[in-house]
Design a protein around this ligand. Structure first.
Ligand code: 6PG
Length: 230
C-alpha cells in the first residue's frame, strides 16, 4: 500500500478532495463524464464538504455509494441521506446521484434491482474511496458476512450483493470486489491511531477473511493509497 500521512484531519480532507477533484476533471476531459464512488460513515464528512466546494464540471459527474443499508432513503442511517447532506451541496449539488434500490424489496431482490440500475455506470469508475471499521470491514465486506466469500471473489459475476452480518446492523448492499478493484483511483480514508493499528493487524493475519480490508489491499493491482491522519 501507499501510505499518505497528514498532520491533521483538515489537511487530509483538503489533499484528498484536491486529488479526487483532479481525477474527476481529468475523466471529464477524456470521456465527457466521470464516476465517483464513496463510502458512508463519519470519517468522510469533512472530505465531502471540501470536495463539494471544488470547482469542476459536476453536472457530468455520477456519484454512487460503495455500500448502503437496506433502509428507506430518507432514514437517518441511509448513506444516501449522508451524501445528500454533505456531498451533494455547493458546486457538487449539480452532480447526478445514483442510489441503490432499498425500498419495498427483500435483500436479494434489492441487490438484483440495484445491480441493474447501477451496472452501466459501474463500467468505468474513476475514483473509489473506501472507509474501514475497527472490526476490519470495508465496504460491506463484514467479517462473518453471509455473502462475504462471494463478494470478495475476483472471478465472481455479481456487481452488487446483499450482506447480513452481526457487526453490520441492518442488512446491507455492497459493490463486490471486482468492481471496487476496477476503479482507476482506489483510496482508503482512515483516521486515528486505532484504525492505523487495525489496518496493521489485518495485514499481518494468516486468514485475511477475518478482517476483509486485508483482502482488498492484497488483491489490488496497484498499491492502494491510504490517506491517514491522527
Ligand atoms: O458504514 C458505511 O457506510 C461504510 O461504507 C463503512 O464501510 C464505513 O466506511 C466504515 O464503517 C467506517 O465508518 P466510520 O467512518 O464511521 O468509522
Amino acid at each position: 500500500m501507499d501510505l499518505q500521512s497528514y498532520a491533521t484531519r483538515d489537511a487530509l480532507a483538503e489533499a484528498l478532495a484536491l486529488s479526487v477533484a483532479g481525477i474527476l476533471a481529468g475523466g471529464i476531459a477524456e470521456r465527457g463524464t466521470a464516476t465517483l464512488v464513496v463510502s458512508g460513515g463519519s470519517t468522510p464528512k469533512l472530505f465531502f464538504k471540501k470536495l463539494s466546494q471544488c470547482d469542476i464540471d459536476w453536472k457530468n459527474v455520477t456519484v454512487m455509494l460503495v455500500d448502503e443499508r437496506i433502509v428507506p432513503p430518507d432514514n437517518d442511517r441511509a448513506n444516501a441521506k449522508l451524501i445528500a447532506e454533505f456531498l451533494l451541496q455547493d458546486n457538487a449539488a449539480a452532480a447526478h446521484f445514483l442510489p441503490y434500490v432499498t425500498d419495498g424489496c427483500d435483500a436479494a431482490e434489492c441487490a438484483e434491482k440495484s445491480e441493474q440500475q447501477l451496472a452501466p455506470s459501474l463500467e468505468h469508475i474513476d475514483v473509489t474511496i473506501l472507509g474501514m471499521g475497527t472490526d476490519g470491514h470495508t465496504a460491506s465486506f463484514f467479517p462473518g458476512g453471509n455473502h462475504l466469500e462471494e463478494a470478495l471473489d475476483m472471478q465472481g459475476s455479481r456487481q452488487v450483493l446483499s450482506m447480513l452480518a452481526e457487526g453490520a446492523g441492518e442488512p446491507r448492499l455492497t459493490l463486490t470486489m471486482p468492481v471496487v478493484q476496477s476503479s482507476r483511483f482506489l483510496a482508503l480514508h482512515i483516521e486515528g491511531q486505532e484504525k492505523a493499528d487495525v489496518l496493521k493487524r489485518a495485514l499481518g493475519l494468516k486468514d485475511p477473511l477475518q478482517m476483509p480490508i486485508a483482502c482488498v489491499v492484497k488483491k489490488a493491482p496497484e498499491p492502494v493509497k491510504v490517506f491517514w491522519a491522527p
